[in-house]
Design a protein around this ligand. Structure first.
Ligand code: CTP
Ligand code: ZN
Length: 155
């Protein structure tokens, strides 16, 4: 039995399991989905599970919530290989991949210290550039590119 199966984070009856999150981006995914602000639904997560592809992966389980595609796709920034498992009555009824969106509004900071978004209360806006799975963000305000290494999620 794989260690992430039943032993460490238990199965859920209904909801969403987000699997294959790079371990170091677990809390970024939690912020992006607003799970840190959830008041009613049960959320469980585990991290640093072994994964052949990611080295170390994290898993998040949210009971009773089925996310909109547009919300889920936002996590492509930090977890491009995440898998979305829709759970109904303990069964995985759907397994979806995350799709990289064309634009990102809010969520990320522009890495240009002179950018107006870093000086005034303006929501950031970026065009997403995807070069062979290497995602970077082009700011609509200053045109500067924020690459993966400089990506900072707004909390
Ligand atoms: N899961 C869960 N509760 C359920 C059913 C599944 O929490 N009632 C979780 C499993 O623990 C797993 C994920 O949902 O983390 C996907 O389940 P499944 O497709 O059965 O696992 P794998 O085949 O290992 O998935 P993958 O191929 O995506 O790694
Ligand atoms: Zn900018």
């Amino acid at each position: 039995m794989k260690e992430d199966k039943k032993l460490i984070v238990s199965a859920i009856q209904n909801g969403t399991v987000i699997d294959h999150i790079p371990a170091h981006n677990l809390f970024n995914v939690i912020s992006i989905l607003g799970l840190d602000k959830i008041t009613e639904n049960q959320v469980t997560f585990g991290t640093n599970f072994k994964s052949d592809r990611l080295g170390r992966k994290a898993i998040i389980k949210v009971s009773g919530i089925y996310f909109k595609d547009s919300d889920i796709n936002k996590i492509a920034l930090v977890a491009p290989h995440a898998k979305l498992n829709i759970i109904k009555d303990y069964e995985v009824v759907e397994k979806n991949e995350v799709m990289v969106p064309e634009e990102i509004i809010g969520i990320a900071k522009c890495m240009n210290p002179k950018c107006i978004t870093n000086h005034e209360a303006i929501t950031t806006r970026f065009d997403v550039m995807d070069k062979n799975g290497n995602i970077s963000l082009k700011c609509r305000y200053c045109q500067k590119i924020t690459d993966q290494a400089h990506l900072e999620i707004i909390r």
